[in-house]
Ligand binder design. Structure first.
Ligand SMILES: Nc1ncnc2c1ncn2[C@@H]1O[C@H](COP(=O)(O)OP(=O)(O)OP(=O)(O)O)[C@@H](O)[C@H]1O
Length: 550
């Protein structure tokens, strides 16, 4: 969908009003040229002077209309920009997690910064495009009134100009496309630059290699394509200006040789065509922006972040948090790695978990534990099979409600400084009690629903994430190797106090763990091997730390 169509879809009435004002401005400009022309071709000075009030009135009208229409379009632009930005962020919030993972952070950052900036620039030029088009249309009507055959000639030359710039414009469009792709690569390098700063600073040769062979060539590619495309548009603009002179030359020096035309008509034509140079020039210069915004819109659509009005999500669907059981019925998911053509398949998995159960999910690295947790929590939509809550399948309309059953601390968790969505009475007191239990009370304070700092060690940050999770008071808890980087004392606290306490509260607790010392504390142990559930057994207190599952 084009940007203009999208804007029209989102704010029809203001756009129609702004466009009408723009058209009036253009029409008044054209009328102004007609009056100037009439004054210049008047038979006597006295006749010309009679047109003074009309000229002054039209000039004032153009001034007022131009200001009002620009202001109207400016507020429209700001509204549209705000709307586009918020829509895009909401799209990211609602996009399927797998889609976001496939896109990669760098592409999302490029979309949020690069594409939105391009779209913003385009919205900014829409006012002048409308006024230019309206002026052009008004002037053409005036030219038609002056002489039909001459207008036909002018239109032929305009068609030649458009045809002659179509090819370079097409080439420039393809170059813009390439430049946008290079921007994705550039953002990826920016991400490496920031995320990998420790590794780069510790290894000079790696740093030089990255800079010289990856970052610099991509930055140079972007710069080279920009130079080429800008030059193309400069040439096209100059060519357009030259063609205006060609039209004037033809009108003044060629037409009279073949067809009898009176001098005032010729002069009027030359004046109008000259006057048209400015809006034509404007349109030529806005062309690159329109092309780039088209590419930006396509890019957003490709990322699954189309800005068109979404299907309204069914917010009223609720899933009973006092469910009895959740079934994973033939659940399967595959990852396909494009660069080496390898596929990892998890499942089909069949198992049932119950409220009040403490389930451990174990297995070697890469066996699919985190993937299964993402499927179980509803973050991934299963490619095959389905989740059922008390026998009722989780569907598109209920998936969001299903996810609200869960609180999870994944291995790559994110810690929010503000305790978002947790503002219930007594929350801060509860948080302080947990801070002290997790031995963080000297490091972090909770004030006005905010953590005083999140700049802590990884283990401490994970304890804060656990605190936030417990405060969420959800029906199901998922912990993905939470204890992996904790001191023995906190492992003990986690496995021997926190998990049993959640279980006692009737929560379903799903723990991914490599800590075989604590496996005996589970009610059930699920074991994954290469994406397959190889064992699903009830743990017994007699099981020792070295137990074998599967
Ligand atoms: N985002 C992804 N894109 C492509 N492949 C992935 C992705 N995440 C995981 N995989 C693949 O899926 C397999 C299972 O990964 P997963 O993270 O589920 O395993 P895991 O059992 O949790 O491993 P670990 O114990 O190391 O955390 C891995 O072999 C990996 O190749």
């Amino acid at each position: 969908m084009s940007l203009l169509a999208l804007l029209f879809q989102k704010s029809k009435l203001p756009i129609i009003f702004a466009a009408l004002l723009g058209i009036l401005t253009g029409a008044s400009s054209a009328a102004l040229v007609a009056v100037m022309n009439q004054a210049l071709t008047s038979r006597t000075v006295a006749d010309a002077l009679l047109l003074g009030p009309a000229f002054a009135g039209l000039a004032a009208a153009v001034l007022v209309l131009r200001i009002v229409s620009q202001m109207q379009l400016n507020s429209l632009q700001q509204m549209a920009l705000l709307d586009l930005r918020l829509s895009l962020c909401r799209r990211i919030l609602e996009a399927p997690l797998r889609k976001l993972e496939e896109s990669g952070q760098h592409k999302l950052m490029a979309a949020l910064t690069e594409d939105i900036a391009v779209i913003n620039t385009t919205i900014a030029v829409i006012p002048s495009v409308i006024i230019s088009l309206a002026t052009l249309a008004g002037c053409l009507v005036y030219l038609a009134w002056l002489s039909g055959p001459l207008l036909a000639l002018v239109l032929c030359v305009v068609a030649v100009v458009l045809a002659s710039v179509a090819l370079p414009n097409r080439y420039a469009y393809s170059q813009f496309f390439r430049r946008r792709e290079s921007h994705d690569a550039l953002y990826s390098h920016f991400q490496t630059l920031i995320d990998g700063s420790k590794e780069l600073q510790l290894h000079q040769a790696r740093s030089e290699d990255f800079f010289n062979k990856e970052l610099q060539p991509t930055a140079e590619e972007v710069s080279r394509i920009s130079r080429v495309t800008n030059n193309l548009f400069i040439i096209a603009g100059g060519w357009g200006g030259f063609m205006v002179m060609v039209v004037i030359g033809i009108i003044l020096f060629v037409v009279p040789r073949f067809q009898p035309v009176d001098m005032p008509t010729l002069a009027a034509y030359a004046l109008v065509v000259l006057y048209l140079q400015q809006p034509l020039d404007g349109l030529m210069h806005q062309w690159p922006n329109l092309s780039r915004s088209h590419i930006a819109m396509k890019k957003l659509e490709k990322l699954g972040l189309s800005l068109q009005d979404p299907q309204p999500p069914s917010r009223d669907a609720v899933i009973n948090p006092r469910f009895e059981r959740i079934e994973l019925a033939d659940i399967a998911h595959s990852y396909y790695r494009e660069h080496d053509g390898a596929t990892f398949t998890l499942g089909p998995i069949n198992t049932t978990v119950r409220r009040g159960e403490l389930v451990f999910l174990v297995g070697g690295n890469g066996s699919g534990k985190t993937t299964l947790a993402k499927l179980f929590t509803g973050l991934y939509v299963p490619e095959k099979g389905e989740l059922r809550v008390d026998g009722v399948p989780v569907e598109a309309a209920t998936r969001r409600a299903y996810r609200q059953l869960f609180s999870a601390v994944f291995f790559d968790f994110h810690l929010f400084e503000r305790m978002l969505g947790l503002e219930h009475p007594g929350m801060e007191d509860q948080a302080r009690a947990y801070l002290s239990r997790l031995q963080l009370e000297k490091k972090v304070r909770v004030e006005n629903g905010r953590l005083s700092t999140v700049a802590l060690s990884q283990g401490q940050r994970k304890r804060l994430a656990l605190l936030t999770s417990v405060l969420e008071d959800r029906a199901i808890y998922v912990f993905d190797e939470w204890a992996a980087d904790q001191d023995p004392v906190f492992r003990e606290l986690f496995y021997r106090e926190l998990l049993p306490s959640l279980k006692q509260q009737g929560k379903l607790v799903f723990v991914i763990s490599h800590d075989d010392r604590y496996f005996h504390l589970a009610d059930r142990i699920l074991k994954l091997e290469s994406g397959q559930l190889v064992s699903d057994q009830v743990a017994t207190p007699a099981v020792t730390p070295t137990m074998q599952v599967g």
